[in-house]
Design a protein around this ligand. Structure first.
Ligand code: AMP
Length: 305
């Protein structure tokens, strides 16, 4: 059940209380695709410059990620630099060099258009919409957005969301999008905007799943040590859609099956937690599906009562 992922492929400079890396592979699309690749065949759409290291491409293709939709153009790859607070719950963006990403105009290779699953990473809503329009009969479509698009591109974003089955955002973004400070009311408004399934990510505190009449709340996985939280939200998205694709879940009935959506939220949480255990994408160099399923069972054990 193949998945198409669209978004940034980047180099990141990251500083956390546990260390500093000047330049390493990053980008939302990269993290989403790596996480999803443990569940389902994954194809990416993105753009990189001529400085993109073949070894980074090898890491992705080593996980069987299809790179036919990864455009390579003259210039530099998108660069993002961030510094985390002592408790790592906040981060400050020090530098964003869009470089070749500034002119990103996603074009789907013909073979991608027939894929049933689509995850739209955080890019301009009109571009997300144009990708949606290039797909022929996708079975499940959703994605991510951020405060910048909610504030400054609201109309475009609302048009885009009308065509989505699910939306993954953090709690402050859910409040901003809905204009409601109460999360339950915020969610009730958002599920009327188009995405009938809403996942609100709350960093180390876990996640909430909302559908029309039900919700599900999951705590964060307590790690011994968090080295670098960069990409955790994207890995959550990758685990969430990856699991739904693996199970062949769609929204033909008007919504995503609730029990499947709950399990997808747990797999999302599992993938986000693994991401934090090493800097950048390093955890994905050794991670196995066995470790993922074992942590899924741990979630079951520590939330049961
Ligand atoms: P997350 O920690 O899940 O929010 O994702 C972090 C990733 O998002 C990093 O690898 C960055 O390269 C990427 N990123 C940061 N800013 C942007 C942006 N404005 N547009 C797209 N991707 C970004």
């Amino acid at each position: 059940m193949s998945l198409v992922v669209v978004g940034s492929v980047a180099y990141d400079g990251v500083e956390t209380p546990h260390g500093k890396v000047e330049r390493m592979l990053g980008g939302a699309c990269t993290y989403i695709a790596l996480a999803a690749s443990y569940f389902t065949p994954t194809s990416i759409v993105g753009v990189v410059g001529d400085d993109f290291d073949p070894q980074d491409a090898d890491l992705l293709s080593g996980r069987n990620i299809d790179l036919n939709g990864l455009e390579r153009v003259p210039g530099k790859t998108f660069f993002w630099q961030g510094v985390y607070s002592a408790d790592m719950n906040d981060r400050t963006t020090v530098r964003t060099d869009l470089n070749v990403f500034a002119d990103f105009n996603p074009k789907l290779p013909a073979a991608y258009r027939e894929h049933p699953y689509l995850l739209l990473g955080n890019i301009q809503p009109a571009l997300q919409r144009s990708v949606r329009a290039q797909m022929n009969g996708a079975r499940l479509v959703g994605g991510d957005t951020m405060n910048y698009w909610i504030n400054d591109y609201r109309g475009e974003l609302l048009d885009t969301l009308k065509e989505w089955d699910f939306l993954l955002i953090n709690d402050s973004e859910a409040r901003l999008l809905s204009g409601e400070s109460n999360l339950r009311r915020a969610a009730a408004k958002i599920v009327e905007m188009g995405p009938h399934t809403l996942v609100v990510k709350r960093g180390e505190f876990g996640a909430l799943l909302f559908q029309k009449d039900r919700y599900f709340s999951v705590p964060g996985f307590l790690l011994d040590i968090v080295l670098d939280p960069t990409g955790a939200g994207d890995c959550f998205a990758g685990g969430f859609i990856g699991y739904l694709a693996e199970q062949g879940i769609d929204a033909a009935s008007g919504s995503i099956d609730h029990a499947a959506a709950r399990r997808a939220v747990i797999y999302g949480s599992v993938m986000g937690s693994f991401c934090c255990e090493e800097f950048g994408v390093d955890r994905f160099r050794s991670l196995t599906r066995g470790e993922i399923d074992a942590r899924f069972q741990e979630f079951k054990a520590f939330t049961e009562f």
